[in-house]
Design a binder for this molecule. Structure first.
Ligand code: AP5
Length: 188
């Protein structure tokens, strides 16, 4: 299966997509993790991405796509994957669709995790990653509203979007996600 997770910072994309990938025995691919690793290693992409990430802005599409395409071409991705934090713009979604169409493989599901603003802020402030300072969190949330939300219409129109209530415990949220995946498998 090929599944993408969409949601604002702090919605639980990472938490849930790691679990789901493990349950389905397919790789979990987080563009945030790939970019942080590139920054840590000081690769050319990492050096360019760093300033965007530190300030809560989306990294330009071409850089993110370059880093992801490399990973998607690896052997372990040929039977499916769970994408965490990609796509994040309509242009990225179109690019992914083109890539999938070239290989005759459809996207099976887009999961939107919804959580209200105040809870997102609380979760992120409590976690305290490098980009979890209040100013940067607010910028990330604003970028989500401005640049990523239009993706929801994109996937709604393609009839693959499922909305998951992300307010409850990680276990309860995961059960909701598994139900959607199981229903999708039955339909196939
Ligand atoms: P990325 O690493 O993807 O960060 P993000 O989208 O800001 O998401 P977070 O990791 O903050 O939140 P999450 O939804 O994964 O929640 P999590 O499970 O971690 O991206 C970082 C940066 O990289 C971006 O700002 C951008 O610059 C760049 N980037 C990445 N992808 C890009 C792309 N495609 N295009 C352009 N730029 C890109 O949970 C958060 C906290 O809440 C944790 O402490 C967790 O334990 C807790 N939690 C989760 N679920 C629950 C729950 N149900 N109950 C209680 N606590 C919970």
């Amino acid at each position: 299966m090929r599944i993408v997770f969409i949601g604002p910072p702090g919605a639980g994309k990472g938490t849930q997509s790691v679990r789901l990938a493990e349950r389905l025995s397919i790789p979990h691919l987080s563009t945030g993790d790939l970019l942080r690793e590139a920054c840590r290693l000081g690769t050319p992409i990492g050096k360019q991405a760093d300033e965007f990430m530190q300030t809560g802005r989306l990294v330009p599409d071409d850089l993110v796509q370059e880093i992801l395409v490399e990973r998607l071409e690896e052997e372990d991705c040929q039977n499916g994957y769970v994408l965490d934090g990609f796509p994040r713009t309509v242009a990225q979604a179109e690019n992914l669709d083109e890539m999938l169409a070239e290989h005759g493989m459809p996207l099976n599901l887009a999961m939107e995790i919804r959580v209200e603003y105040g809870l997102l802020l609380r979760r992120l402030v409590e976690r305290g990653r490098d980009d979890d300072t209040l100013d940067v969190i607010k910028k990330r949330l604003q970028q989500y509203n401005d640049l990523t939300k239009p993706l929801l219409d994109y996937y709604q129109q393609r009839d693959v979007l499922h909305v998951i209530d992300g307010h409850d415990s990680p276990e309860e949220v995961f059960e909701r996600i598994v139900t959607v995946v199981e229903n999708q498998r039955i339909k196939k």
